[in-house]
Design a binder for this molecule. Structure first.
Ligand SMILES: C[S@@+](CC[C@H](N)C(=O)[O-])C[C@H]1O[C@@H](n2cnc3c(N)ncnc32)[C@H](O)[C@@H]1O
Length: 265
C-alpha cells in the first residue's frame, strides 16, 4: 500500500467513523457512559501535562540525531539510518490530545501495572506513568538508541516508575509479562500489522483479568489493522469495545454485553 492509498483508506475510514459514531445519550452501559462523559470528553488539564509537553517542545527543537534501526517484519532488522530526534518526535509520538487520554485512562482505572509496546522517545510512557508514582510501567522498544534516548528523558523528568526493555517484541514481550504478572492496562503502539497485533493481543490476554483494559493505536491505519481490530472484537474473552478512531479500547468486564461502540473523542 503506497502512502497515497494509505491516506485515502484512512480518510474513508474516518468518514465512516463519523457516520457511525454515537452521541453520549446512546451510550447505555453505566461503565461506558461514565468513561465517555468523565474521561474521554473531559479536557481538564493535569499538572503533569505541562511538564510532558515542555519535554515534547525540547525534543521537537532538538538537533540530536540517533542511529536507528528499522525493525520491519518484527524481529528482522531491515536497515539502519540516522534520524533526527525532532523528526522522530514529530512523526511517531502520539499527539497531545490522545497522549493525554492515556493519562486520563490510567488515572480513571487506577492502573498500577502498565505495559506499553512501542516506547519511541517515551512521551506516551510518561503520560501512562505520571498519574501515580506508585504505578509501574514497563515499555518495550526495539531500537537501542531510541530506547536510550527515552531513558534519558525519564531521568530528565525525574520519573522513576518506568522501565524500558530493549529488543524486538517477539523477544521481550513474554519476559515483560512474566515480570508484571497481572496487567491492568496495555497500550499497543508498535508493529501495526495484523498477525503480530493478534499475536501480542493473545499473549497479553494470558495476563489480563476482568478489569484489564487494552488500548490499540491506529486501528484504522490500514485494512490489515482494521481486520485485526475486528477480529479482536469478536474474541470470546472480549465483552465490549470502543472505537475512538485513532484508539480502540477493549474491555473484558462481565457486566458488559457484547457490544461495539464508535465514539467521538
Ligand atoms: C509509533 S512508535 C511509539 C510511539 C510512542 N508510543 C509515543 O506515542 O510516544 C512505535 C515504536 O515501536 C518500535 N517498534 C516497532 N516494531 C517493533 C518491534 N517489532 N519490536 C520492538 N519495537 C518495535 C519502533 O522502533 C517505534 O519506536
Amino acid at each position: 500500500m503506497n502512502a497515497l492509498s494509505q491516506r485515502l483508506f484512512m480518510v474513508k475510514a474516518y468518514l465512516r467513523h463519523l457516520l457511525r459514531s454515537k452521541s453520549l445519550d446512546s451510550v447505555h452501559p453505566p461503565f461506558l457512559f461514565e468513561l465517555y462523559s468523565e474521561v474521554i470528553r473531559n479536557r481538564h488539564p493535569y499538572y503533569a501535562f505541562r511538564k510532558i509537553e515542555s519535554l515534547r517542545m525540547l525534543l521537537l527543537n532538538s538537533e540530536e540525531t540517533l542511529k536507528t534501526i528499522d525493525l520491519g517484519a518484527g524481529s528482522n532488522v531491515l536497515s539502519s539510518k540516522r534520524k533526527r530526534v525532532r523528526d522522530i518526535a514529530r512523526s511517531y509520538a502520539k499527539n497531545p490530545i490522545y497522549a493525554q487520554l492515556l493519562f486520563r485512562f490510567a488515572n480513571h482505572f487506577r492502573s498500577k501495572n502498565i505495559l506499553e509496546l512501542g516506547t519511541s522517545l517515551g512521551l506516551s510512557s510518561l503520560y501512562l506513568a505520571m498519574h501515580d508514582s506508585s504505578a509501574r510501567v514497563i515499555t518495550l522498544e526495539g531500537d537501542p538508541q531510541t530506547a536510550d534516548c527515552a531513558r534519558r528523558n525519564f531521568e530528565r523528568m525525574r520519573v522513576n516508575n518506568i522501565e524500558v526493555i530493549t529488543g524486538p517484541f517477539d523477544d521481550t514481550l513474554a519476559g515483560a509479562l512474566q515480570q508484571i504478572g497481572k496487567v491492568d492496562l496495555v497500550f499497543f503502539d508498535g508493529n501495526h500489522r495484523k498477525e503480530p497485533t493478534l499475536h501480542y493481543f493473545k499473549e497479553c490476554l494470558q495476563h489480563a483479568d476482568e478489569n484489564t483494559v487494552f488500548i490499540f493505536d491506529d486501528i484504522h491505519w490500514s485494512p490489515d489493522m482494521q481486520d485485526a481490530w475486528e477480529e479482536i472484537g469478536r474474541h470470546e474473552s472480549v465483552t465490549s469495545t470502543a472505537d475512538l478512531f485513532f484508539f480502540g479500547l477493549v474491555f473484558f468486564r462481565k457486566e458488559l454485553s457484547k457490544q461495539h461502540f464508535s465514539l467521538r473523542a
